[in-house]
Design a protein around this ligand. Structure first.
Ligand SMILES: [Zn+2]
Length: 178
């Protein structure tokens, strides 16, 4: 009889995914919790988290993974990852991306009106205050709405190294000082 030798697994994710599969099949709740806990701490692309969430009904993984995808944009997922998500899920996320983009542009296009009553001592409300508010809106708020710079975003990465990217340090400064 051939003797098989045990090999140390090279991919810890695989081990925890297999453990999750077996524990769920045999309804071993503690084992499921153990595998879920460890899968949360190993790095995986958000699309993989969504795929595993679907396979094993881990609902807590869906929201943060979708939020990460919406923040980074669908262009960051590879064809293989998109394929793993499936057409239905990919289409829902793509529509949400489009709606967010539309909402962002709509919000940017119209500065919210100053609806409160101006203080009695302000004699230049129409001529000065409202103009200052519009100026602030167009120069600072709209810039962030149309081109938000967040840590870990593609823009941030593009700005590093190649010298042609977005001046992210400057805009980061704007965010802090707004
Ligand atoms: Zn005023």
């Amino acid at each position: 009889m051939e003797q098989s030798t045990w090999m140390q697994p090279t991919d810890p994710k695989r081990v925890y995914i297999n453990l999750l599969k077996v524990c769920q099949m045999w309804q071993i709740d503690e084992g499921v919790a153990y595998a879920v806990h460890h899968l949360e701490s190993v790095f995986m692309p958000p699309s993989r988290h969504i795929q595993l969430a679907q396979m094993f009904s881990v609902h807590d993984w869906v929201r943060p993974a979708i939020e990460t995808l919406l923040r980074c944009g669908l262009s960051t997922i590879s064809d293989k990852e998109a394929n793993n998500l499936g057409v239905k899920v990919y289409s829902i996320i793509a529509k949400a991306c489009e709606m967010l983009e539309c909402e962002r542009k709509l919000t940017a296009a119209y500065p919210p009106p100053m609806t409160f009553d101006p203080p009695w001592e302000c004699k230049t409300h129409q001529m000065v205050c409202i103009l200052i508010w519009h100026d602030f809106w167009w120069k600072k708020v709209v810039k962030q709405l149309l081109h938000p710079v967040t840590r870990g975003s593609r823009d941030l990465n593009a700005g590093l190294g190649n010298g042609t990217g977005y001046p992210w340090i400057f805009t980061g400064f704007l965010v802090i000082n707004m």
